[in-house]
Design a binder for this molecule. Structure first.
Ligand code: IPE
Ligand code: IPE
Ligand code: MG
Length: 244
């Protein structure tokens, strides 16, 4: 059974397998992304219902810009539609939306809609939905390093003052806790440039289900597996029991 008191505070999901889902049906890849958007709706609802505080969805990587133009355009159109369609429900369910990733690269019609939703939902408190969109973890770390370097160059920061906290604050995930659990659908066992810094001690669960087929019961199964894991953070089990 699922223990509602031991859910991950922050769940990250690498939503992979849309293209294969479509190919299996002899349909264009964009049809898979459309079906993937329905899975997003299901999973967001379920996380909100369960009381997960932070949900990060890897929707589009910095590297995904290199895909065929038609697919990128299709994905961006779907994203624009998704924001418009889900707006009311997001507000009704008291969900705060944020973006992780490079805003400038996102086409204006999506960027404007997303920025408006981010602004409108900023005081919502029941759940934070972080969309990793035009997101790359290495790009994120490089950007933080550049900002630190600028502060050092201007004399406002000493190199010795750089620590994990000061670097973390300059990542897109400022103020988000590290993900406790990362689920990747679609069968691949890799992170593909997702939250590399933040996932240092995340539990990883790989599902063979293609993202459009991933549903509430798959999510619950993954959460139950998470609850069976023992997290040690470098310490021993005995130490962990002394200081929970
Ligand atoms: C994940 O599905 C969605 C995005 C990367 C945007 P894919 O499109 O990568 O699907 P597969 O991995 O090719 O099946
Ligand atoms: C990771 O999937 C990115 C998203 C799910 C948005 P990819 O399909 O881009 O990853 P690779 O290419 O298989 O590593
Ligand atoms: Mg893929």
């Amino acid at each position: 059974m699922l223990d509602r008191s031991r859910l991950p505070t922050h769940l990250g999901i690498i939503m992979d397998g849309n293209g294969r889902w479509a190919q299996q049906r002899g349909r264009p890849r964009v049809a898979g992304h459309r079906a993937g958007a329905r899975a997003v709706r299901r999973v967001v609802r379920e996380c909100r219902r369960l009381g997960i505080s932070y949900l990060t969805l890897y929707a589009f990587s910095a590297q995904n810009w290199g895909r065929p133009r038609q697919e990128v355009e299709g994905l961006m159109n779907l994203l624009g539609e998704f924001i418009a369609r889900e707006w009311q429900e997001i507000m009704r369910r008291d969900i705060r939306v944020i973006q992780l990733g490079e805003q400038r690269k996102v086409p204006a019609f999506v960027r404007q809609r997303l920025q408006a939703l981010i602004k409108t939902s900023r005081h919502n408190r029941s759940m934070t939905l972080a969309l990793a969109l035009s997101y790359g973890a290495r790009e994120e770390i490089v950007r933080a390093a550049r900002r630190l370097a600028r502060r050092i160059a201007s004399g406002s920061l000493a190199p010795g003052a750089i620590d994990e906290a000061s670097l973390s604050r300059l990542l897109y995930t400022t103020n988000l806790p590290d993900p406790d659990l990362i689920i990747r659908t679609g069968g691949e066992k890799r992170l593909s440039n997702f939250l590399l810094w933040q996932s240092a001690y995340s539990e990883l669960i790989f599902s063979r289900k293609l993202w459009p087929d991933f549903d509430e019961s798959d999510l619950q199964r993954a959460l139950r597996e998470f609850q069976r894991r023992r997290r040690r953070f470098g310490l021993t089990d005995e130490q962990r029991q002394e200081k929970p």
